[in-house]
Design a protein around this ligand. Structure first.
Ligand code: AAO
Length: 512
């Protein structure tokens, strides 16, 4: 019997490592703070046609609405109820977006905030995205309902009720993260309410969840909740498909709680990835691109099958969470394109691309005083729609990194080379490297301060290929550089260190 249970648990866990992306699709894009109506349009006009695998959406449930600071992005991480109305739209708009994205092969992954409700100082009233009344002081959330019985205060052993020491696993899980009212997830009633919330989304057609703040929840509690989740909606997914689970656990290696405690439950966010890749491309601390020959598990990252990877995320692009100054964001566009290109070319992990909004950064003593600023909004606090410019970029403060030609084309590159091994590595012992993906793709970087002029074995069939970084194949012409691969698979690459984008990528579908 024990063996059966173990097999079932393993089966459960393994099944929830699968993002269920449709054939020929792989990368996820985090459309941070986008409105549901805009996501639906983006699925149909851009993400579907360009091979994106799925969208991570902001928390869709009712959240607190804050005046000071004014409507911060992080109010979405302070639930008031599990009603599906938020700054991004109504339940109907959410339902419509899920349907329209699924219909063009783009999955939806929900950012699920299930560790807590709003901050202890959230006050009393109806300052919430659906107008539900609540009283944070009394831990009273009648729209769920949750009462003070449903919170962890009696379990927390610190005087403040807050997490005071990340070295103490009991504090990290049973006390408040930055004053957020900590749910008692060992209670069957609370587990039931959380599972009901997640199942309502699964039944609508979502493919899975980014589970927020997992470090702050006991794995056993999560196992119980995940075990209550429905299979995915068979309108868009094959029968018996388990929801994809990727868990936010910040583990850069020196704490009492480690990411591996969560591997059996689903994938985990690998924060070491972006922190290290940023250090490498910034050439800090003596790091060199040539050291990434064994990138992935060779660098001490978690097993490939457990990882979700990203160059930056919504927290660390603004100094929250972890990763520090090495994180490469859209504020450093040339480096960002190289780092995202590297991530999308490399086989390690499930890759997630950040799509941001611009804010009025104001850095004093290394800290951004405006790190709280929310998305482009109207005076009433409602989020602005995302205008698409004639050149396919976004306007009104939306950065749309996922639409940058270099990144969009590398999302396609990742699809074209899917399943092919990392191969034909070359480096110059410094910051010029190249690697292939079997006989389907090849990428070359020059991150040195001098010209790169080499002839390399690409492993690819002879022919003329369009570089998908400086341009792309349009009809039967290359709008950027052309790369001639000989019948011996060798090709000449000349990349100036002053190029706008000092890297070149070719693949089987960019061949003339
Ligand atoms: C806001 C206000 C608070 C207020 C609260 C309640 O800022 O002052 O008390 O409301 O009224 C987001 C924002 C928060 C915001 C919150 C609620 O980031 O500022 O609070 O919404 O509105 C920890 C968690 C991790 C979490 C991260 C931000 O472990 O799960 O903090 N990320 C998620 C979301 C995030 C959200 C929440 C959770 C809450 O992505 O957007 O918060 O739903 C160490 C620990 C990490 C810890 C960090 C930061 O990291 O390891 O686990 O993350 O500290 O506390 C090096 C180390 C690394 C260390 C890092 C930073 O890199 O290697 O280990 O330094 O010290």
């Amino acid at each position: 019997m024990k063996l059966f249970i173990l097999a079932a648990l393993l089966g459960l866990g393994l099944a929830q490592h699968n993002p269920h992306t449709k054939p020929g699709r792989s990368a996820i894009v985090h459309l941070f703070e986008w409105r549901w109506a805009d996501i639906a349009d983006e699925c149909e006009r851009f993400l579907g046609p360009n091979g994106f695998g799925g969208v991570q959406i902001s928390p869709p449930n009712e959240h607190i609405v804050l005046e000071s600071p004014w409507r911060p992005w992080w109010q979405r991480y302070q639930p008031i109820s599990y009603k599906l109305c938020s700054r991004s739209g109504t339940e109907e708009e959410l339902r419509d977006m899920i349907r329209r994205c699924n219909n063009v092969g783009v999955n939806i992954y929900v950012d699920a905030v299930i560790n807590h409700m709003c901050g202890a100082g959230g006050g009393e009233g109806t300052h919430s995205s659906c107008g539900s009344w609540f009283n944070a002081g009394n831990k009273d959330f009648p729209s769920v309902p949750f009462s003070s019985w449903d919170f962890n205060d009696n379990k927390c052993r610190t005087g403040s009720g807050e997490i005071e020491n990340y070295g103490d696993i009991y504090q990290v899980r049973d006390c408040r993260l930055v004053s957020l009212l900590d749910l008692a997830l060992e209670k069957d009633y609370v587990r039931g309410k959380v599972a009901e919330f997640m199942n309502s989304l699964i039944d609508m057609g979502v493919a899975g969840f980014r589970v927020d703040a997992c470090k702050h929840m006991w794995p056993g509690d999560l196992a119980d909740i995940y075990g209550r989740l429905h299979d995915l909606n068979t309108k868009w997914f094959s029968g018996g498909s388990k929801p994809f689970i990727f868990q936010e656990v910040i583990d850069l290696g020196h704490e009492a709680i480690s990411a591996r405690e969560y591997f059996h439950l689903g994938r985990v966010t690998e924060f070491k990835y972006g922190a290290k890749l940023g250090t490498v491309f910034r050439r800090w601390h003596g790091e060199k691109l040539s050291y990434t020959r064994n990138w992935g598990e060779g660098w001490g990252f978690m097993p490939h099958g457990d990882a979700v990877v990203f160059v930056d995320n919504h927290d660390n692009q603004r100094g929250h969470g972890a990763g520090g100054a090495s994180i490469v964001t859209f504020w450093d566009p040339r480096l960002h394109k190289m780092a995202v290109g590297y991530m999308l070319a490399h086989p390690y992990g499930v890759a997630r691309v950040m799509s941001s909004f611009r804010w009025n950064r104001h850095i004093v003593n290394g800290k951004d005083q405006n790190d709280w600023m929310g998305p482009p909004s109207h005076k009433d606090g409602s989020t602005k729609s995302v205008p698409i410019n004639p050149d396919q970029t976004c306007g009104d403060g939306w950065v749309c990194e996922h639409r940058w030609r270099q990144i969009k084309n590398m999302v396609i590159f990742r699809n074209v080379v899917d399943g092919q091994p990392h191969s034909n590595w070359w480096d110059n012992n410094s910051n010029q490297v190249a690697f292939g993906r079997g006989n389907r793709g090849f990428i070359v970087f020059n991150n040195d301060d001098w010209e790169m002029d080499v002839t390399l074995n690409t492993g690819m069939p002879g022919g003329t290929y369009c570089d998908v970084i400086s341009g792309q194949k349009e009809g039967n012409v290359c709008t950027g550089k052309q790369i001639q691969v000989g019948d011996d698979g060798r090709a000449h690459f000349n990349i100036s260190n002053t190029d706008e984008d000092p890297f070149v990528a070719i693949h089987a579908e960019s061949k003339l």
